[in-house]
Design a protein around this ligand. Structure first.
Ligand code: NAD
Ligand code: UGA
Length: 430
């Protein structure tokens, strides 16, 4: 089947590559000419475990093509829109400008019956707006607009594409359903293809992300509680997670959630609710707590070095979580910026996020070449992202480098006994 994907970002690129791997004929269109140039020259434009090999394989066998020309969507049975829906700078609602432009651009190239699938995360009712845009600009177009929300996690995009918990499809059209059954044939005996109304599908996406954000908020508050009460957060999380109704996932305390989705989707859902005359109190509380948590974590770090003259802090981790080069809405970046307000000197290191972080932090911090370099003459080493590399930290290497042997682990990834045995002061959450 010919499939077109509009937008080759963190969702569009793995999606296009995944469908090509399943044997579909894919064209990926992006308005960013530089990205298309790179992709056409065989250079992958983002880091995702396992994506580069699949990208090169399918590019070389001709099953996936990249183009900056929207007319190349012509002939696709399914056009998947995966452009960004960032928060509007003023209203904080999801900004639909990229999506509506994409909808209007594809409309004149819809000839035979086409399914237009919205993979971007969009407010409830957006499917109706997109259908209207296409009908108005091309009244003879035969099409259905379907909601096809994406649930992949960055860092696991390839794994999640091939092993989804569920595939949610929002449509009441039998014709669209037949096309999507064909597109997802590979998954029919592997996962649930959940057909629901378009609006329910749009709401499922926001409700899922908001629920997960609330879960992270909850465990962070329980970590605060453990710290004060003398309980141990790991033991508490494990004990809770063994209850099947709670589950073990998303019970890791940290410096607050981040990323391009939780912050924007919780905000958008809260706004959407208020717009329709209701209120999501739990989600609103989560947004507020998460904002405060990042400032609280910065203060905690600053307190660790408050008695030092000209303190230096080593920061390990700049991405919003491990396994990605994405620093969008990263708690680590926000904490770094807050620490700069305290006048603290920072030496930062991240295995994959340095280039993206440089474009935000410029020359305000020292960008280290390694963990060891970051810790050079540091008064404390702070872990802000749960990278595998950091779990294998070499204490003997740091011993000769740091001014004070102190680690503040805000992801709880190190073994406390090992750190203590190596002669470090070790502090963590909960
Ligand atoms: P992104 O910013 O990485 O990529 C979006 C791409 O769309 C960019 O390359 C941009 O150049 C391109 N684009 C914008 N307008 C275009 C147009 N008119 N024609 C062609 N290309 C255009 O965004 P992303 O992280 O991939 O997110 C895309 C959507 O998917 C968002 O709505 C997001 O909420 C949702 N989502 C993201 C994730 C994730 O892990 N990042 C997961 C699930 C859902
Ligand atoms: C999240 C969802 O998990 C995906 O299902 C969804 O598709 C995606 O958002 C999206 O809509 O974009 P992602 O943003 O890649 O995926 O990252 P998560 O793994 O969900 O983590 C989000 C944030 O919560 C990170 O900052 C992470 O460090 C934090 N987190 C997560 C914790 O602090 N503790 C946890 O136990 C889990």
């Amino acid at each position: 089947m010919k499939v077109a994907v509009i937008g080759t970002g963190y969702v569009g690129l793995p999606t296009g590559v995944g469908f090509a791997e399943l044997g579909h004929e894919v064209v990926c269109v992006d308005s960013n000419a530089d990205k298309i140039k790179d992709l056409n020259s065989g250079k992958i434009t983002l880091f995702e475990e396992g994506l580069e090999d699949l990208f090169l394989k399918n590019k070389n066998n001709g099953r996936i093509k990249f183009s900056k020309n929207i007319e190349d969507v012509q002939g696709a049975k399914v056009i998947i829109i995966a452009v960004g829906t960032p928060p509007h700078p003023v209203s904080k609602e999801a900004d639909m400008k990229y999506l509506f432009v994409a909808a209007s651009e594809i409309s004149e190239y819809i000839c035979d019956y086409t399914v237009v699938a919205i993979k971007s995360t969009v407010p409830v009712g957006t499917g109706d707006d997109v259908a209207e845009i296409i009908s108005k600009s091309n009244p003879s177009a035969e099409f259905d607009v379907v909601s096809l929300p994406e649930f992949l996690r960055e860092g696991f995009a390839v794994y999640d594409f091939f092993n989804p918990d569920r595939i949610v499809i929002g449509t009441d059209s039998k014709r669209a359903r037949a096309v999507l059954d064909e597109l997802y044939e590979y998954f029919t005996d592997k996962t649930t293809l959940l057909y629901v109304s378009r609006k329910s599908s749009e709401a499922i996406k926001y409700a899922s992300n908001s629920f997960l954000a609330v879960k992270v908020h909850f465990i962070n508050e329980v970590a605060d509680f453990c710290e004060k009460s003398g309980a141990k957060i790991e033991e508490v999380a494990k004990g809770m997670g063994l209850d099947e109704r709670i589950g073990p996932k998303f019970l890791r305390p940290g410096p607050g959630y981040g990323g391009s989705c939780f912050p924007k989707d919780t905000m958008a859902m809260a706004q959407m609710a208020r717009k329709v005359g209701t209120q999501l109190n739990l989600v609103e509380a989560t947004i507020k707590y998460n904002d405060q948590r990042k400032l609280e974590m910065a203060k905690r770090i600053a307190d660790e070095v408050s008695s030092e003259a000209n303190p230096t802090v080593a920061i390990l981790g700049l991405t919003f979580k491990g396994g990605t080069d994405d620093v969008r809405e990263s708690p680590a970046i926000e904490i770094v910026c807050e620490l700069l307000n305290y006048g603290i000197k920072l030496r930062v290191y991240d295995p994959k996020g340095m280039d993206n972080a440089k474009s935000i932090l410029n020359d305000s911090v020292y960008f280290a070449e390694s963990i060891k370099d970051a810790c050079d003459r540091a008064d404390v080493c702070v872990i802000l992202t749960e990278w595998e590399d950091f779990k294998k930290i070499d204490y003997s290497e740091l011993k000769n480098k740091m001014k004070i042997l102190k680690i503040l682990d805000l992801r709880n990834i190190l073994n406390q006994d090992e750190a203590l045995r190596a002669g470090f002061i070790y502090k963590k959450l909960g």
